[in-house]
Unconditional design. Structure first.
Length: 302
């Protein structure tokens, strides 16, 4: 890795660590949103470096849809045990049981949108004032509109036209009672930056990110992992065993895979550098409408 890339990654890392320390300084009850994906894993790594040798001063919050990959949950538990972090898990299934949300039915059903209610309930339960997330501006056009400190109203909603200016790295965390913030320390990173940083820092990741054989259902151009009772073929669809990997990890019902032989981080960096679509281009949930992500964010989504 050449000197320019190292300098570039060092600048991004310093910015992210500075923002995390600002969160710890400005808010009494922050939390780090953890999905088990590479961006949230990098966020945990940055938080660990930001406060070392002290422990991370805020807990990790994972909203479990009940349709997560088993590899993700196994990795999550091992990571938390390794770094000694506090983990809070809240379940979409509990929100369904309590009548807080209504589960979709049919082969196209997904719990991905339902997790917004579970998340907002968890933030309210613990009175978290700032939720740190791993969103990046290059992922999707709605995320490109968001600032580092993203203000949310008393209902957890986001108004992109009412965002606060961020000049000279000055972040305004003042809020009214019941209002909150979402904070995105790696907003300026790209997918390629993330992978180069993972390589530089030797960060471990779930095996899902690397090439492997898996039973796949191809649906509307998206390669979904077959899971009995969750993702299964309908009409003219079939289950095919393919060599794939995942560029992003989330709910199984909407996380699309890509055909790939990339089995090492160097292979992935080369693949990402030549990619012509963003990593969320394979997400089925983003295809539900042209403004799917922005609508979910307005409702309080990550």
């Amino acid at each position: 890795m050449n000197t320019f890339i190292r300098s570039h990654l060092k600048q991004l890392e310093s910015e992210a660590i500075y923002i995390m320390r600002e969160v710890a300084a400005q808010f009494e009850r922050p939390v780090l949103l953890f999905s088990g994906g590479k961006d949230s894993i990098v966020m945990v790594h940055l938080a660990y470096k930001a406060f070392y040798p002290a422990p991370i001063p805020f807990p990790l919050l994972h909203v479990d849809t009940g349709h997560n990959f088993a590899e993700t949950l196994t990795f999550r538990d091992r990571l938390v045990e390794k770094i000694g972090a506090r983990l809070i898990v809240r379940y979409v299934q509990d929100s369904i049981n309590q009548g807080r949300v209504v589960e979709e039915t049919g082969p196209y059903a997904s719990r991905n949108a339902l997790q917004t209610v579970t998340l907002l309930d968890a933030l309210k339960e613990f009175k978290f004032e700032a939720a740190i997330g791993g969103a990046r501006r290059d992922e999707e056009k709605a995320r490109a509109k968001e600032r580092f400190f993203s203000h949310r109203d008393a209902f957890g909603q986001w108004d992109p036209k009412n965002q606060r200016p961020e000049v000279w790295n000055l972040f305004n965390g003042k809020k009214q009672p019941k209002e909150s913030f979402r904070v995105f320390p790696i907003s300026n990173w790209t997918e390629l930056d993330v992978w180069m940083y993972i390589k530089q820092e030797k960060i471990a990741l779930p095996s899902l990110y690397f090439s492997h054989k898996r039973d796949i259902v191809k649906r509307d151009g998206v390669l979904l992992a077959f899971a009995d009772g969750i993702v299964y073929p309908v009409e003219n669809e079939t289950v095919d065993n393919m060599v794939i990997r995942f560029r992003t990890i989330g709910d199984m019902t909407c996380t699309g895979a890509v055909e790939s032989e990339a089995s090492t981080i160097d292979d992935i960096i080369e693949e990402v550098a030549s990619a012509r679509i963003t990593e969320r281009g394979a997400r089925a949930d983003d295809k539900r409408s042209e403004a799917a992500m922005e609508e979910r964010k307005r409702q309080g989504y990550f």
